[in-house]
Design a protein around this ligand. Structure first.
Ligand code: NAG
Length: 618
């Protein structure tokens, strides 16, 4: 018997050891991990004095099972939910404390006065529902705030003071069915939600704009009411390309411009190989390289203020310049993010890039922003120096530069908005639409203003060969009193030289065609062409890149007509007020032809050209 007992004891010994070690382990765990009661009491302590409603949280009794602790939802012996609605709670809401409740799946703290930054919800990644509505959380929510919270089904963070973009990590939560974001201050576009079962969605009363994503277009309009400019789906249809946020415009236009630029460059290379064997030795980057530079623009990094990988080193990576450099004291300052947030209307896209207008800042002052890509002829320092030089220009007929933004990949130039169309629109855009054409006095006033502005540029920028360089009717803005303002001037020193001659008017001059050079008289030629355009109402071949190489320019056309027929055939038929003034019109026409003189020796200097123009009378 004793033997048997001994045997049994010997067999039980390992079991006993295992048991002992399990007990020990449990004891150790109990010491290191706080009990659920401890977690909850720590959370309560973090709320300061605002915890009268939690007086039932009594350390003497466990929170679970039993449900004697107010607002604590139990599943057997574990806390699975907190329902602390309308309890007058205040202060920060600390997710880090609660992450020690291993089975916690739902949190409701609606209708309290929690404040501060949006809680770090990812600390409890298994959460199924988050009800934070009606508190005072403020500021931006990080884009990845909900990353990998694959169990999340319901989120209500409405009625807080949240700003910035709707976090993109919400768009891929696989089980999300309810998302309430209304009555905050979210801005920008609604990101592209992917869920099919997102049935309760509400973003009303925010500051969102842009199109409603496809998966949400079936929802009720009240889900979107009270935003700046949402469109599509139940909202008004999105206007064709004009009214979308700047960021989108920029991106679209950039892609288009990059594509165009590479085409131009490719054509340019082919053409130069054909036409000008000497140029083959020039340092022309292969088209592929240019193309690579093109679409590498990372709008994201602009918007977030993060430096793109290739950009020049910055002193402090958190402090990348999203600042515009202002050249004038008399305008309200704003930064790039303001600009990117503003809704913009695209005004046009030319060979250099896009132009759009945006109402910015508290004053909603309307500014024009031009985006340039091919502007790396000089480094940052020189670019800034050049901008400062342009910023000092002051003339009635020169559109002042207000600010600029420099990044290696792109430049933005900001000017005032002139609330009238450009000269090209008046000359060519209104045909047959019943809009009165410009009469002779207006045309003369415009020509004189352009000439004065150009002379001023010559005087102020003596070191630039073609001080305007890109003079054409589309770059002559008209204000309400028909005073012309030159724009896009003095860019030739900063535009990439391998692209300049594909892009700029100065490089369409006879001297560039014949001798591959531009001179101090090249802008005089551009002025002459512009005057011919104003007098004839015809579109000059030089402004359209498609027609480059087309030899029938305006000057040649006028000269092909018998002088005796000029009055009858040359002048714009829609120009009113020219009767009995034809002598003056002809004088101006002759000045224009003098400016267009292909022989550089015979062509006038700017000074003489302007003097002759000033002598013309109404
Ligand atoms: C969205 O929220 C607003 C404001 O709370 C409410 O008026 C509207 O009825 C809601 N719409 C939907 C579809 O939930």
């Amino acid at each position: 018997m004793a033997l048997v007992n001994h045997n049994v004891a010997a067999r039980l010994l390992p079991c006993a050891l295992v048991l002992l070690s399990v007990t020990l382990n449990l004891a150790i765990t109990a010491f290191s991990a706080p009990t659920e009661a401890e977690v909850l009491l720590k959370f309560k302590a973090s709320l300061g004095d605002s915890v009268a409603a939690l007086s039932s949280w009594d350390p003497a009794k466990p929170p679970c099972p039993g449900g004697s602790w107010a607002g604590v939802l139990c599943q057997d012996a574990s806390v699975w939910g907190l329902k602390l609605q309308n309890m007058g709670l205040k202060g920060k809401f600390d997710m880090e404390i609660l992450k020690d409740l291993p089975l916690l799946r739902t949190i409701s703290i609606m209708q309290n006065e929690f404040e501060g930054a949006f809680p770090n919800v990812r600390a409890i990644s298994a959460l199924k529902s988050i009800y934070f509505a009606d508190n005072k959380f403020f500021g931006e929510i990080k884009a990845d705030a909900f990353d990998k919270m694959t169990g999340l089904k319901k989120i209500d963070i409405s009625h807080n003071q949240l700003t910035g973009s709707i976090p993109t990590s919400l768009t891929t939560l696989p089980l999300l069915t309810e998302l309430k974001l209304q009555q905050n201050s979210f801005t920008g576009q609604i990101p592209n939600f992917q869920q099919d079962r997102l049935t309760l969605f509400n973003v009303s009363a925010n500051q969102l704009d842009g199109p409603i994503p496809d998966k949400l277009t079936k929802l009720d309009a009240t889900a979107f009411m009270g935003n700046d400019e949402l469109c599509g789906g139940p909202m008004p249809p999105c206007p064709s390309p004009t009214k979308v946020p700047v960021g989108t415009i920029i991106l679209c236009v950039l892609l288009a411009v990059a594509a165009l630029a590479s085409i131009f460059v490719a054509i340019g290379i082919l053409r130069r190989r054909k036409e000008d064997p000497v140029a083959q030795n020039q340092n022309v980057p292969p088209a592929s390289q240019v193309h690579k530079k093109g679409p590498s623009v990372d709008m994201d990094s602009v918007e977030k203020g993060v430096p793109p990988a290739e950009s020049e080193p910055v002193k402090n990576s958190n402090q990348i310049s999203v600042r515009l450099t202002f050249l004038r004291e008399d305008v309200e300052k704003f930064d790039l993010p303001d600009l990117l947030k503003a809704s913009a209307e695209i005004l046009g896209s030319g060979v250099f890039g896009s132009t759009f207008k945006a109402a910015i800042g508290a004053s909603r002052r309307v500014m024009v922003v031009k985006r340039f890509r091919q502007m790396n002829n000089v480094g940052r320092e020189e670019f800034q120096e050049h901008m400062r030089r342009l910023g000092r220009l002051r003339h009635n007929n020169v559109l002042p530069l207000v600010a600029f933004y420099y990044r290696k990949e792109e430049k933005l130039l900001v000017t005032e908005y002139i609330d009238n169309a450009n000269l090209s629109v008046y000359l060519h855009g209104n045909r047959g639409r019943g809009v009165p054409s410009l009469d002779w006095p207006k045309r003369l006033k415009i020509v004189k203003g352009v000439a004065r502005g150009l002379l001023y540029l010559y005087n102020e920028l003596p070191s630039i060969v073609a001080p305007h360089g890109h003079l054409k009717s589309a770059n002559v803005l008209l204000n309400d009193s028909w005073e012309p303002l030159l724009t896009d001037y003095a860019l030739s020193p900063i535009v990439n030289q391998d692209q300049a001659h594909e892009l700029m008017i100065a490089y369409r001059s006879p001297e560039y065609k014949q001798q591959s050079r531009i001179t101090k008289k090249t802008d005089v030629w551009s002025l002459g062409v512009l005057i011919l355009e104003v007098l004839t109402g015809r579109y000059p071949s030089n402004t359209s890149p498609k027609e480059r190489g087309n030899e029938t320019d305006l000057a040649a056309w006028v000269q092909s007509i018998d002088r005796a027929d000029w009055k009858a055939e040359v002048f714009d038929k829609e120009m009113a007020g020219k009767k009995n003034r034809e002598d003056q019109l002809i004088k101006l026409l002759e000045v224009a032809l003098g400016c267009c003189e292909p022989d550089m020796e015979k062509r006038w200097e700017i000074k003489e050209a302007v003097e002759r123009i000033e002598k013309i009378k109404e």
